[in-house]
Structure formats: C-alpha cells, structure tokens
Design a protein around this ligand. Structure first.
Ligand code: XCC
Ligand code: SF4
Length: 626
C-alpha cells in the first residue's frame, strides 16, 4: 500500500504507514506531529550552550564570537556549559539504568528472604557463577542462602564509598589499569552519579576535561555496574535467555483476544503480568467476555525482556507506542518506567484502552495507577490483568484497525546462548574472525528519534554491516527494528556477505543477534571482555565498533560514554548537544582516543556510518596482524 509522501517519509515500516494514515483519518496527533510543531528546535539547546544551573541565569552563549554574550553571568564559557550539560545527561541515564538494577537486587533479596510474592530463583547455575565472582561460598548451602548473600553484595555496590565495583573486574587487566591511571575507575554507583550533580552545581568544576572524565567514570559505573547488575540478576530470577522464535510488529495484536501491552523496562513487572495472564480463572473470564484468550505482547525494552525469555511477541519500538493505542484493539497498556510517552494518556481517552501505571516512581496524566509491589507481585499482577480483561467489553469494534504486518524472528542470544551456539567455546568465533570470514563485530543499539526516518537509520546501517561480513549484536529499539524486517531469522544470512553467511549457516544463527534490552548492552561488554581476555589483548584492540543510529534518551548518552570508555569506537546517528563547545567536541571525537583508546564519531547517513565502523574494524584487524 502506498500513502502520500508525508506519511512515507516518516518511517520505513508499512505498519507505521497504515497507522499514521489511520491517525490522520481520526484526527489524532502523534509524536511526529508534535516534532513538526516544535521546529525549528532551539538553536542554543542544539548546541548545548544554555545553562539553568543557577537562578542568576538562565544564560546562553552566543554562537557568534563577535556578537552576543560569550560567558554566562558567573563567567562560565560555552566549553564549561556544554560539558556540564553533557555529563548531567550521563547522570540521568546512569541513574535510570542503575535504579532498574537496584530494583532487581531488591527483588532478589526479598525472594531470598522468602518475602517476595511469586518470584523464584530460576537460574541456579548463574547464581553459583555470580556467587563465585563475589567470593560467596556455595558449598552445601541452599540457593536462598547464596542468593541472600549475593543480593546484599550487589545491593551494596550502589551505596559503596570505595571501589572497585566487582563486575568492572571482568574487563581485561589493561583496561582496568587504564581506568585507574585516568582516575575513572568507579567507586560506588550512586557516588559517581551524585558527584556529577555536585560538580555541575554553580561554581564547582569548571574544567571541561575534568568534567567529562567524571562523566566517563559514572558511565562505567552504569555499564559495568548498574546495567550489569540488572542483566545478571534478571537472569538469576527469570532465567538466562536462550534462542527462541517469536514475531514482531503491530500485527501481533489479535482482534479476537484481550490484548495487553507491557511497555517500559523492568522485567520485575512484566514477568508477573505474564504469569497472571496464564491464570486459568482470568483466561476463563476473558472467554466469558467473548474473547478467545489473553494476548500479552511487549513494547520497547520490556518487550525485549519478555521476548528473549518467553518468546512473547514484540508489538513495536519507541515510535510505535502511540500507534499501538490507535489500533483500538489494546485493552490495557501497562507501564512501569522509562520511554513511556506522557502523550499516551490523552490518546487512550480517544479509545477504550486502559492506561495503567504501576511504579511509584512514574505516574502519568490520564493513567489509572495500580501500584505494583514485589511483596505481593502476583496478586497485584492478577488485579491488573483482571482489569484489562474487564475492559475488553468496552472495546468498540468499529474503532479497531490492526495492520496485518508482523515478521518472524529468532531471539534470545545471551552470552551463554552464543557460547552454546558456538559449541561451548569462543574458539569457532575467534577462528572465523581470524580467517576474515567474520570481519568484526558491531554492537548496534538505541532508540528511535523523529529526527530520523523511523527505523531507516537502524536497518540501513545494520544491512550495510552484514553485507560487509560484520556480525551484528543488538539490543533495545534497534533490535526491534531488525526483528521487524526479518534480519533476525537464520535465513537472513542470505543477505550477508559470503564469509558471514557461511558462518551463520554453519551455526544456524541469524546475522543479527538479539542480545536483549538496553541494560543488556552489559552482555555485549561481557562478550567483548571475554574475547579480549581469550586473545590476551585489551577491548580497544578488538575489531569491534558500536553505533546508536537513532538515539534520543539520556540513557543512550550514558551508554555511548561507557561503550567508548570500554575502548569501543562508537558512531552516533543523531547529533549530540555538544557542538557549541570546540573543546568538548574535540575531546569526544579525538582526545578520548588517548584517554580510553576509543572515541565518538557523528554521522547521520547510515551507510556512511557503517563505513566508518568498517574502517575502524579494518584498522584494528591490521594492528592485530589478521
Ligand atoms: Fe527507550 Fe529501552 Fe531508547 Fe528504546 S532504546 S527508546 S532508551 S526503550 Ni533503550
Ligand atoms: Fe548562568 Fe553560570 Fe548560573 Fe549557569 S551557573 S545559569 S552560566 S550564572
């Protein structure tokens, strides 16, 4: 189906085209409309040169050297203001990921103490491995006793005053030594975030380089701290993902079922929603109401968490959350935290959809708040699902329009699953890299952003990489974009270059491996560390690269910072608000190489961005002599 250019240019996804057309017919506003109304966006903001850190201001620095203020009222230059703003974004992102990790640690502790309402320890092997990493005795001890010690140990990582963070020691020795030399080996997770807030208060740290170093330090505490805790403890509680088949895109909604979308981030909620949706009495209620059953689907990173562990279908990525409501077929949109648009409330009022918030940390206009608590998790989840079932009767059939589009995918490539696919050791992968069949590995991650044609940045970049024999690992909204276009099927190997194609066919894996939600970028770090350790080199020596083609969130800024801090060259597809500072721009794109062995590049054209990544991979191959 073809629509007018105004619709076609917004996304590459046919489901999105149909839903935007539908929105237009119904006179409904979406994120794309609000983006257009916002244009031109604030030029000072784009450059990062406005400051509101004290009430002498707000101040903004003129981009023209001979016209307008060159200093804030306190005397801060553009370099200082840009650096402060940037690391405050890192603080926001690191806080979000880490608070997610903290919630998992809390749930593990409650579960170990027998106080949680429905959780169990599902992966004892992982529990034992993590206990060993923390030096916790496992011999002759119950899993609850081990889990209690582990939960307390990881819980303590957040409030620690002195380092190191245990998981940072997964990094190669050389990497840790470099962090120590640069003073960016994090102490406690919370401590580094708090120190950003302190240093960026008026009149504290006014050296742009010193500010950025603290930003890197806090970001490492996210990637190798809070995010890694979130991933590892989720695996202990809910199981380590293994390959599983599923489907992606709005076509996973079912006209004849109660449709529940779990949207947000933390599996603590979504796992229980799933459990509740299987409750025979709720299913019976759904049937009594005339539905064939209860259909739970996921959105954004919550979607990634439950597709990886249970094969629950993915309804879509960030830019599709409003479109899902506009199908008129969603009986409940259940959310927890992060990436949930406050616009959903008004939109749900145009349909029968019940918008249910659950976290004490995240309330929304127009939402019904049904507060979730780990202590009575299953009972509350049943109430929430019950409310969705009850709402099915209010669905207006004339308002239902579900696009048919959905694509099969194979997901669930945790580090453990990748090792298993390789036959238990990294060697086949290392051999394929050495022989050149696999040129290198790229981590492609991150959000959607209306500044970029939806999913084009993601898919264009990933396709170019696999055509050039670069194996892609992905998380977040990029993963969902790839799933929707069929890149996560073993058959997609046919779209890859000959070398990668051969390797994928031999192993029966897709050329694009879904490694999970955004906190699961920590899985990518763990794989990189394992490969570097196996080769006896640092991560910055590996033929790997990272990209966030359509990033928008503060979390993505923290991710970019820790990926670069880990030694991985990273290309950003939307321009970060730093160009107002020559110093900050230079540090991020050049000087970072001397500090952490990697730097950022900005490239909005996806094919050119892939080209930069391939160049970097080739350079590393050459240096390794392979
Ligand atoms: Fe959010 Fe995690 Fe970005 Fe997607 S990729 S828009 S952060 S859901 Ni994390
Ligand atoms: Fe202006 Fe300085 Fe206050 Fe920022 S901290 S608002 S630059 S006076």
């Amino acid at each position: 189906m073809a629509f007018d250019d105004k619709i076609m240019e917004k996304s590459i996804d046919p489901a999105v085209h149909q839903m935007l057309d539908r929105a237009e017919q119904l006179g409904l506003e979406t994120v794309w409309d609000r983006y257009e109304k916002m244009l031109p966006e604030c030029g000072f903001g784009e450059l990062g040169v406005c400051c509101r850190n004290c009430n002498m201001g707000p101040c903004r620095i003129s981009p023209f050297e001979d016209d307008g203020p060159q200093r804030g009222i306190c005397g801060a230059t553009a370099d200082i203001i840009v650096a402060r703003n940037l690391i405050r974004m890192i603080a926001g992102g690191a806080a979000a990921h880490s608070d997610h990790g903290r919630d998992l640690a809390h749930t593990l502790l409650l579960t170990a103490e027998g106080k949680s309402g429905g959780y169990e320890i599902k992966d004892e092997a992982k529990l034992a491995a993590l206990a060993a990493e923390y030096g916790i005795a496992t011999d002759q001890r119950s899993k609850e006793a081990i889990a209690e010690d582990l939960a307390k140990a990881v819980y303590a990582e957040f409030g620690k005053q002195e380092g190191p963070l245990q998981f940072t020691r997964r990094a190669p020795q050389k990497r840790v030594a470099q962090w120590q030399k640069m003073g960016i080996d994090p102490r406690g997770i919370d401590r580094e975030i708090v120190e950003i807030m302190h240093r960026t208060h008026i009149g504290v740290d006014n050296d742009p380089v010193n500010l950025i170093l603290q930003g890197l330090k806090a970001s490492i505490a996210d990637g190798w701290g809070g995010s890694m805790v979130a991933t590892e403890i989720s695996d202990v509680l809910f199981g380590t993902p293994m390959p599983v088949k599923s489907e992606a895109n709005l076509g996973v909604l079912k006209e004849d079922h109660v449709n529940i979308i779990a949207h947000g981030h933390e599996p603590v909620l979504s796992e229980m929603i799933l459990a509740a949706a299987g409750d025979p009495s709720l299913v019976a209620n759904a049937k009594a109401a005339g539905a064939k059953g209860i259909n739970v689907v996921g959105m954004c990173c919550t979607g990634n968490e439950i597709v990886m562990r249970h094969g629950i279908p993915l309804a879509g990525n960030f830019m599709q959350q409003e479109l899902a409501i506009i199908t008129g077929a969603v009986d409940a949109m259940i959310v927890d935290v992060q990436c949930i648009m406050p616009a959903l409330g008004d939109l749900c009022e145009c349909f029968h959809t019940r918008f249910i918030s659950t976290s004490p940390k995240a309330k929304f206009p127009g939402a019904v708040h049904m507060q979730f608590s780990e202590e009575s998790a299953l009972a509350i989840a049943k109430e929430i699902v019950g409310s969705a079932v009850e709402n099915y009767a209010h669905r207006v059939p004339e308002k239902v329009f579900i696009p048919a589009d959905k694509t099969a995918c194979m997901v669930g490539f945790s580090t453990e699953a990748i090792l298993k696919a390789l036959g238990g050791s990294l060697d086949p992968l290392l051999d394929a890299i050495k022989s050149g069949a696999v040129r290198g590995i790229a981590g492609v991650v991150g959000c959607n952003n209306p500044k970029i044609k939806h999913d084009e940045g993601h898919v264009g970049l990933v396709r170019h990489l696999i055509e050039n024999n670069v194996l892609v690992v992905t998380t977040g909204c990029n993963a969902i974009a790839c799933a929707k276009v069929g890149l996560m099927l073993p058959e997609a190997a046919d779209d890859a270059g000959d070398g990668l194609k051969g390797v994928c066919k031999a192993l029966g894996i897709p050329p694009v491996l879904h490694m999970g939600s955004c906190v699961d970028i920590s899985r990518i770090l763990s794989v990189c560390a394992a490969v570097a350790n196996a080769l006896g080199v640092d991560i910055c020596d590996l033929p790997v690269a990272g990209a966030a083609p359509e990033w928008m969130s503060e979390k993505a800024v923290s991710i970019g910072a820790y990926v670069v801090s880990s030694g991985i060259f990273t290309v950003l597809g939307t321009v970060p608000p730093v160009l107002g500072s020559p110093v900050v721009t230079e540090v991020l794109t050049q000087a970072a190489n001397d500090v952490v062995g990697a730097a950022f590049a900005v490239e909005t054209d996806p094919v050119k961005a892939a080209g930069l990544m391939i160049d970097n991979i080739d350079k590393k191959r050459q240096a390794l002599g392979i």
